[in-house]
Ligand binder design. Structure first.
Ligand code: ZN
Length: 436
């Protein structure tokens, strides 16, 4: 599904670009529909053109980089080796680089206006545990390895964008931070992005997340989710002699049956999943504990709250039922609790956001079409706080993410990189070009 950029700019495309470039950063906030009424362009700027032109001749360098980084294991909470490899690469792109306490690698490109910041981020971590074979197999433009697309493609794009901007000696209006961040996947719970947003919140104007492949979508809506663990404990005892004592597994099962009968709406789409259940030590013992893990997701924060409350009520009722039916309550009492394991807040980018306008302008310029998506990404954190953010693919095509068969095909990658670059520069703005 790769789409090549048109060789000749359409009049419409050229106009849009002219508009973007000539406008000061603030006025980039024009809604999509009114952009065409303005005059003048981002790619008309010779430095922006030079940055865009850097990409095509360097595609094989970018592919190599992707393969090299993907082959460095980066399991959850163990991103340091890959971070150490990214750091000098960002430095080579002329950035001042540091690794923060969370483990994020941050490369700064100072803008004319240092009080305003744009973050471009690609996550370092994979879902694959230590010991997974992450060697990259290549055949033509196709590469396969766990993590090659998610997020080898994003990391390679991040570094390519930094290089492209550097090679064009381009100074942005707003400061750009090129970041490879930790903790995006699973129980990482977005801790890298949380740390970034906390550190830069007052100056942060927009976040562009590069995640996976493709040019066919833009994630503007953050899918909210919660992961919870329910735990029931009791005294435990012998299956025969202590029969009649309240049983934590019984209570958990009673509560679970109530919970899975909870109605959820199709719209806003809301889901739940009991993904793990465990407890007990042997078949002839009354267990002393039982636990389960639940993942709940919804397009609506209200539904998430409702389901979390439902889980607590159902567990309380399950414990109550078990206590009431226990023949011998003198043998002890059940305790229960529900704990939050992780929470990804929801949020949505406003339709008139300058960031979305910049993305749409880039799509228009390259003749690319993309659909709006709701998904769970690093963009959840800024979006939940009302900070403009999107997540986009890094170009090319990929598939079988989070599996050992994951693959990436670099055909069409150029479009994805240019689209991302123009979007970032659209929101950072360009400091006035020095006349030579
Ligand atoms: Zn990812």
């Amino acid at each position: 599904m790769s789409r090549k950029p048109p060789r000749n700019l359409s009049v419409k495309g050229a106009l849009v670009c002219v508009i973007l470039l000539a406008m000061p950063v603030r006025s980039l906030a024009v809604p999509h529909s009114s952009r065409h009424s303005q005059t003048s362009p981002l790619p008309a700027n010779s430095q922006v053109r030079a940055a865009l032109d850097w990409i095509a001749p360097n595609i094989s360098w970018i592919n190599e980089l992707q393969a090299r980084l993907t082959a460095i294991p980066a399991p959850p909470f163990q991103e340091a080796a890959r971070a150490a490899a990214v750091k000098p690469l960002l430095a080579e792109a002329g950035l001042s680089v540091e690794i923060d306490k969370a483990g994020n690698v941050i490369g700064e490109l100072r803008g004319a206006n240092e009080k305003e910041i744009i973050i471009v981020a690609a996550h370092l971590d994979t879902v694959f545990p230590a010991g997974t074979d992450v060697r990259v197999h290549r055949e033509g433009t196709r590469m396969s390895a766990p993590g090659i697309s998610d997020n080898g493609a994003g990391l390679a794009a991040l570094l390519a964008l930094a290089r492209a901007v550097h090679s064009a000696h381009l100074k942005p209006q707003r400061t750009i931070l090129f970041v490879s961040d930790v903790g995006e996947e699973g129980e990482g719970n977005l801790r890298g992005m949380r740390a970034l947003v906390e550190a830069y919140r007052a100056r942060l104007k927009a976040v562009v997340v590069l995640d996976g492949s493709g040019t066919d979508h833009v994630t503007t809506k953050a899918l909210a989710s919660r992961r919870l663990e329910a735990l029931v404990t009791g005294p435990g005892g012998h299956s025969w002699s202590d029969f009649g004592m309240p049983n934590p597994i019984n209570a958990l099962v009673r509560g679970s049956v109530r919970f899975i009968n909870t109605k959820v709406p199709a719209t806003p789409r809301t889901t739940f999943n009991i993904g793990q259940i465990e407890g007990g030590t042997s078949v002839n013992s009354v267990p002393h504990e039982a636990r389960l893990k639940v993942d709940i997701r919804s397009e609506s924060e209200d539904e998430l709250v409702r389901l979390e409350v439902a889980l607590r009520e159902c567990m309380a009722a399950g414990v109550r039922d078990e206590m009431e039916s226990a023949r011998d309550r003198s043998k002890g009492k059940l305790e229960w609790k529900v704990e939050l394991l992780g929470s990804r807040p929801g949020g949505e980018l406003k339709a008139d956001s300058p960031l979305l306008a910049a993305l749409r302008a880039a799509d228009d310029f390259f003749g690319n079409q993309s659909r709006v998506e709701r998904s769970s990404t690093d963009a959840n954190i800024p979006l939940s706080l009302g900070i403009d953010a999107i997540a986009i693919g890094a170009g090319g095509n990929g598939g079988a993410a989070h599996s050992l068969q994951e693959w990436y095909d670099s055909a069409g990658r150029e479009l994805g990189l240019k689209r991302a670059l123009l979007t970032v520069l659209g929101v950072s703005g360009i400091a006035e070009e020095k006349s030579r």
